[in-house]
Design a protein around this ligand. Structure first.
Ligand SMILES: *[C@@H]1O[C@H](CO)[C@@H](O)[C@H](O)[C@H]1NC(C)=O
Ligand SMILES: *[C@@H]1O[C@H](CO)[C@@H](O)[C@H](O)[C@H]1NC(C)=O
Ligand SMILES: *[C@@H]1O[C@H](CO)[C@@H](O)[C@H](O)[C@H]1NC(C)=O
Ligand SMILES: *[C@@H]1O[C@H](CO)[C@@H](O)[C@H](O)[C@H]1NC(C)=O
Length: 449
């Protein structure tokens, strides 16, 4: 019976027309392949599911512009506060807007918004909030921060005049710097109906543009520079960049109640990102080179100088059950999240041909069998692995085979690989994949219970 109801719900959901309520500008970092779209989606989806109970309403994404996915619509079923909380955590989001209205001119976009803005703004914002309305032209072929062109001030003034019925209901003062209501009008090419990527010609796009009226209401994690390797006392020879570390912590769904283990912690970048996102979480790092290459005193000072609670750092090899027992002192029932960027092929000892992902799986199985689980049955495992190919679309099965992780191992560990997989191209010959594992038991998917 419940199965049928679920099926009906699913069908209803997929038949509903896509109505975007938000627009996100992703962080570009100059090179779109560096931050793959799968990682962006995975990070924001994970952050949103932390905000929602039950965690079953995934957002949907669609492109705003032809030829780039740096700007996307997001349809999300929760509240604006949930959305902004999630965006604010994410390293791959630059900023997010609420979609208030759309149309074929500034004025139709503004008049189509009149029904939505009363619910989008608080009474205080409408009666006394300061505001500004800026226009941006997205019809060029530009990327990153330069995606939009500024408009001639005459055009911007015309936009405001056209939107007069809308702006008349805002009673607060106009303020150009940091207004309470940062309103934007975007001019967009007539995508997607008239154009596809191949035939897109920016000069055609000058005809029949679309107009959106938006409210900018939050920014992505905006303090990444504070975590830059060159601002830290302790860095290893191959430090994890902040954007990758924050994305990992987010897809691991780190929150204030989490206990987090990095079994190959190095200078503890993953734990630093976790502590920055959720200062009450408990972090534990194991490092074989502890107090030799990695100076634990310096690692701790990288936390304390940022007012973050320091991790518990243990020196040793995580494959040794005794060191894991010491780690579990901080998480007697097992960890909620294991994060790792293991040193594949960078071991100084030549006799070491270990496969860190296979090793992590074996640790999880060994401790589970011993009745002292390392990872909780609800826990997530997030690992970077290298993948020697230019091909960025590879199947999970191929990847696990290449990393010597069998189906039997996965089932014994009680985990399954989440797809699609984010492939980050590091250079021409090597990519790195972010693998996310979640419980394979029906903890989340309760259809059969
Ligand atoms: C504003 O609203 C008035 C009254 O509803 C209407 O007559 C007018 O055309 C509207 N102006 C614009 C620019 O939409
Ligand atoms: C986590 O804890 C910090 C500091 O105690 C607090 O500021 C923050 O609001 C908490 N986050 C959540 C989501 O509860
Ligand atoms: C670790 O760093 C601290 C502070 O920089 C220094 O005083 C200490 O001697 C270092 N420890 C080792 C083992 O190198
Ligand atoms: C790609 O990166 C790997 C790892 O950093 C390095 O060993 C390799 O030499 C690089 N290859 C090229 C072609 O730059």
């Amino acid at each position: 019976m419940r199965r049928i109801i679920l099926l009906v719900l699913l069908l209803t959901a997929t038949n509903t027309a896509f109505s975007p309520n938000y627009l996100v500008i992703w962080r570009g970092e100059g090179d779109a392949s560096y931050v793959p779209i799968e990682l962006r989606h995975q990070e924001l989806t994970s952050a949103l599911s932390l905000e929602q109970t039950p965690r079953d309403k995934a957002p949907t994404f669609s492109d705003v512009l032809p030829a780039t996915d740096l700007l996307q619509y997001v349809s999300f079923d929760g509240t604006p506060t949930q959305f902004s909380n999630a965006v604010t955590r994410c390293a791959t989001t630059r900023s997010a807007y609420m979609v208030l209205g759309s149309g074929d001119s500034f004025s139709t976009a503004a008049s189509s918004s009149s029904s939505s803005f009363h619910s989008s703004f608080t009474p205080d914002e409408l009666s006394s909030g300061s505001w500004s309305l800026r226009a941006r032209d997205y019809r060029g072929r530009k990327f990153g921060k330069q995606l939009a062109s500024p408009l001639k001030s005459g055009v911007e003034r015309a936009a405001i005049i056209d939107a007069v019925n809308f702006t008349n209901s805002l009673h607060g003062p106009v303020k150009l710097q940091d207004p309470d209501l940062a309103l934007f009008s975007f001019i967009l090419p007539p995508f997607p109906s008239q154009h596809n990527d191949a035939s897109y010609n920016p000069s055609d796009a000058r005809e029949n543009p679309r107009y959106l009226l938006l409210r900018q209401f939050c920014f992505g994690f905006n303090n990444l520079r504070r975590f830059d390797p060159n601002t830290r006392k302790c860095v290893t020879s191959t430090p994890l960049e902040p954007i990758a570390a924050f994305s990992m912590a987010n897809v691991g769904m780190v929150n204030n109640q989490s206990t987090i283990l990095d079994p190959y912690c190095g200078s503890a970048t993953t734990l630093l990102a976790s502590a920055a996102l959720a200062p009450e979480c408990k972090t534990v790092g194991i490092e074989r080179d502890g107090n030799w290459m990695v100076n634990f005193t310096e690692v701790e000072s990288d936390f304390s100088s940022r007012n973050l609670p320091p991790p518990t750092l243990l020196r040793g090899d995580c494959r040794n059950p005794l060191i894991r027992r010491r780690a579990r002192a901080s998480a007697p029932n097992g960890f909620d999240v294991i994060l790792a960027d293991p040193p594949y092929g960078k071991r100084e000892r030549k006799d070491d041909d270990s496969e860190p992902l296979a090793d992590i799986m074996n640790m999880i199985i060994e401790d589970k069998t011993a009745g002292t689980p390392l990872l909780k049955s609800t826990g997530r495992l997030v690992v970077f692995v290298p993948f020697p190919t230019e091909e960025t679309r590879v199947s999970g099965e191929e990847i696990l085979e290449n990393l010597r992780v069998t189906k039997g191992v996965m089932s014994a560990a009680g985990l399954k690989l989440v797809e699609p997989i984010s492939a980050q191209r590091l250079n021409k010959s090597i990519s790195r994949l972010l693998l996310v594992f979640e419980p394979s038991s029906p903890m989340i998917n309760k259809i059969d219970t």
